[in-house]
Each structure stands twice: as C-alpha cells, then as structure tokens.
Design a protein around this ligand. Structure first.
Ligand code: SAH
Ligand code: SF4
Length: 429
C-alpha cells in the first residue's frame, strides 16, 4: 500500500515538472513516505530525517516533506514541530493529493506546514501515478480498515473503509492493460469487505467477475484477504475465474484461540483450518501465504505451540513473520503480560526456522513441473538471468532474452531454493 502511495507521490511530482534524482544528495525535494506498523520503521525515519537535516545545511533550497502513516499520528506531528523544524511539509494519508499545492505554499511562505486530515473526505480519482514496475501494477480498490485488531495501528492512520466505485477501478485497469501491464494486484487492507459501503450491492466477488472480463488482462491478484470475510461465494468465484491467480495471502496472525480472541481477529483456529481446506479443495494447487506474529501480550508457551502446530499443518508456501511490537494508542499496548524480548526472539527464531523448512520443501515439489510464467525483466540477483513469476506468485529465474518481457512462457522447473525457483525455457513447437 505504501509503495503504491509512493508511485502516486512520484507521479504527482513528475506532473509538476520534477524529474527523479539519482540520490538524495542531488535532489531539490525529498519526500519521506513513512510506515508505522512497527517501531523499527519509525526509528529509521528519525535517523533519515537527521541525515537530511545535515544535507539541508549544504543545500538550503532543499525541500523536505514527510508523509504516510507515521505522519498521520498526532504525537509524531508534535515531535516534528519541536525537534525537526527544518522538515518543510508534513502531510498525512488522507491528503496525499494535496502535496503539489503544499509545495507551492512552502515555497511562498518559507515556513513549516503541518497538514493532517482526520479522515478521507472523498476518494480523489484520476491522479497520475508513476509505475515502478513494467509488467505488474497495483490498483487500490479500497482504503482504510474497520477491523481494529488490537495490536494494529492501521485503522487509526488510514481511517474507515472506503471502496472505490467499480467503474473507476475497471477504467484504471483498462488503461493499464492498454499500456502493456499484464498482472494486476488489487489492494486493500481487507479486500474481502470491498463494497460494503457502496450503495449498489457489489461485493468483492462481483468485482472480480467484472475485472476478469477485461480483454488482454492476463492475471489478477489481490491482497490482503481477511480470513473472517472469505465467504463461500468468494471461494467459488476465485476457483472459476481463469485470470484470478492461484495464490491467496491469508494472514493467520496466531494459532491459538486464546490469542486470536485477544487480537480481535474474529475467527478461531478451527475456522481458519476449515477455510484452508475449503480453498484447497476448490482451487487445486493454490499457494497459501500468511502473516504471523509472536509475542502478543499473554502468549504462553502453549499458545506458541498452537501457532507452530498450525504452521506445520497448513504448510504455507511462505510467511511474513513479526515480533509483536507495542503501537501507541492501540488496545494491546496497554495489556498486561507483555512478553519479554528474549522470549519473543526465541519464538520467532523457532518459527522462521520451521517456516523455512516448509518453504524449501514446498518449492522442491515444483521441480520437474512445467509452469506458465510471466516474464518480468532481468533477475535482481543475477543480471545474466531473467526473472519470471508463476501464477502461484513464485519467482523463477532462467536464461532468456529481453524481448520475452511481458510474455507468458512455459518454464520447466529445474531447481529450487528458499526464495525462488530455477527454470529453463521450453520453446513451443
Ligand atoms: N491488513 C492486513 C495487514 C496489515 S499490517 C491484514 O489484516 O492482514 C501487516 C502485518 O503487520 C499484519 O498482518 C501483522 O502481522 C503485522 N503487524 C501489524 N501490527 C503489528 C504490531 N503491532 N506488531 C507486530 N506486527 C504487526
Ligand atoms: Fe490491521 Fe487488522 Fe485492519 Fe489488517 S485487518 S489492517 S491487521 S486492523
């Protein structure tokens, strides 16, 4: 979501006549787009702002702007005002579209502007975005979150759920397809609740049906899916639509009912396991990935064992693993029984090592298969190789040519590792 916001920021700046600089030392404006889901990300931002302050001493005309989730928090705005007066603009998540105007104002007034809106007044359509990838593109279908999981800051900094009109989404995708994009990822904090705030009764499954009809679009992805809202209609819909890829990111967060309840996730371990079964029998070969947290307040050894057991049972293809981190203003931050750091670290190490074992094993099972892959460009790790993606969202590196970019090709999988597969191109007779 944040990376996509950065595409919007870059697009608006280019529209205003700016060009992207090689690095911050060569820039006239630096926009820091922040995340506050965890404390480490926040600390990095303060470090970066400190370095930018030094840079501004050498380049006084430099404009420093800070936006994103972190800026949206009142206490952060106060801290910037007191300690980082050289930051010219602070904007939030609901007024990103105002950035060009704020730049004009700061150039005129030459004093710090802090402009944070409490919520999104309306969805602004038609803003230009600079896409960072050539073949894949992100498309927001909704903003905000209504779920209030007790550990999570997102609902406080992104506001309540607001869905875009289906026509606006379709138009954006059609335009992207005309420009050569093949693989679209629909974005929302909880895509399964798309449309609940719209008047015409369109839900996420209906939206997928409409998008599946877009000519020349190859692949549809979506994230994130909340398990509690993954209804039977959606399972059937994703199983029958040919462009919807066989990959579901389904964050479980924890494997113990006691912790799931304290997290306010709205489902039980049994419900989650049943949903996984339902999805696997409806969508053969589906890849499931997840987010898991350890060290939530009150997590006992038995709770953690439940999480490990669930991971062993489901055999996710990969998982983003997190150490629980207190976020100011969330209910969990005030809960008793916060878990000591040593235990959190011990648990996450065990979890990562288990998940790595499973990921390696699952990837190995792909060897020998021939898979339809979409070629994305040169490999990030080896410039002599090309990188492609399977429908199940696995990266395959192979020997190929630049003119294959954007094409669907069959690749025979010849090797596997933790994060990617190796393959060879099979020319079609
Ligand atoms: N809307 C998505 C994810 C949003 S945040 C969902 O519901 O799954 C991305 C991930 O960050 C979450 O899935 C969670 O695992 C992690 N996360 C959120 N708040 C956290 C916190 N306080 N400490 C540690 N991890 C956190
Ligand atoms: Fe945060 Fe829960 Fe909303 Fe995801 S669903 S953004 S974890 S509150």
């Amino acid at each position: 979501m944040n990376e996509h916001d950065s595409e919007l920021i870059a697009g608006m700046l280019e529209n205003k006549g700016y060009l992207s600089a090689e690095d911050q030392y060569d820039a006239d404006i630096v926009v820091v787009n922040t995340c506050c889901v965890r404390e480490t990300a926040e600390n990095k931002v303060f470090g970066l702002l400190g370095r930018l302050g030094q840079l501004k001493k050498q380049r006084p005309h430099l404009i420093i702007a800070m936006g994103g989730c972190m800026s949206q928090q009142v206490h952060i705005g106060k801290r910037i005002k007191q300690r980082f007066q050289y930051v010219d603009i602070v904007f939030g998540t609901h007024n990103i579209h105002m950035l060009p105007e704020l730049i004009d104002r700061v150039e005129e007034q030459k004093k710090q502007i802090i402009d944070i809106w409490p919520d999104k007044k309306e969805i602004i359509e038609g803003l230009s975005k600079k896409r960072f990838h050539g073949v894949r593109a992100w498309v927001n279908i909704m903003y905000g979150c209504n779920n209030f999981c007790t550990y999570c800051i997102v609902p406080y900094v992104r506001g309540r759920e607001k869905s875009r009109q289906p026509e606006d989404i379709i138009n954006e995708i059609q335009e992207l397809v005309q420009r050569g994009y093949k693989d679209i990822t629909l974005l929302g904090q909880n895509v399964n609740s798309y449309g609940k705030d719209l008047k015409d009764g369109v839900d996420f499954a209906d939206l997928l049906v409409k998008i599946n009809d877009i000519k020349d679009l190859c692949r549809i992805r979506y994230m994130t899916s909340h398990p509690k809202d993954f209804c039977d209609k959606l399972v059937t819909t994703v199983s029958r639509l040919n462009k919807v890829c066989e990959h579901i990111h389904l964050p479980v967060q924890a494997g113990s009912n006691h912790i799931l309840k304290k997290m306010n996730r709205g489902y039980t371990r049994e419900y989650y396991l049943e949903l996984v079964e339902k999805i696997r029998s409806a969508v053969p070969g589906v890849s499931l990935t997840t987010d898991i947290m350890v060290g939530f307040p009150g997590e006992t050894d038995a709770d953690f064992t439940d999480t490990m057991e669930l991971v062993r049972k489901v055999e996710f293809d990969s998982a983003f693993t997190f150490i629980y981190n207190k976020r100011q203003g969330t209910p969990a931050a005030g809960m008793e029984d916060q878990i000591p750091d040593e235990i959190k670290v011990e648990r996450i190490e065990k979890l990562i090592s288990l998940q790595n074992e499973i990921s390696l094993r699952n990837n190995k099972k792909e060897v020998g298969k021939t898979l339809e892959c979409l070629v994305e460009g040169p490999s990030k790790t080896n410039a002599n190789l090309m990188s492609a993606r399977t429908r199940t969202n696995k990266i395959v590196v192979f020997r190929g040519k630049q003119d294959m970019v954007g094409k669907l090709v069959p690749l025979r999988i010849t090797g596997s590792g933790l994060t990617h597969l190796e393959g060879e191109f099979i020319p079609v007779e």
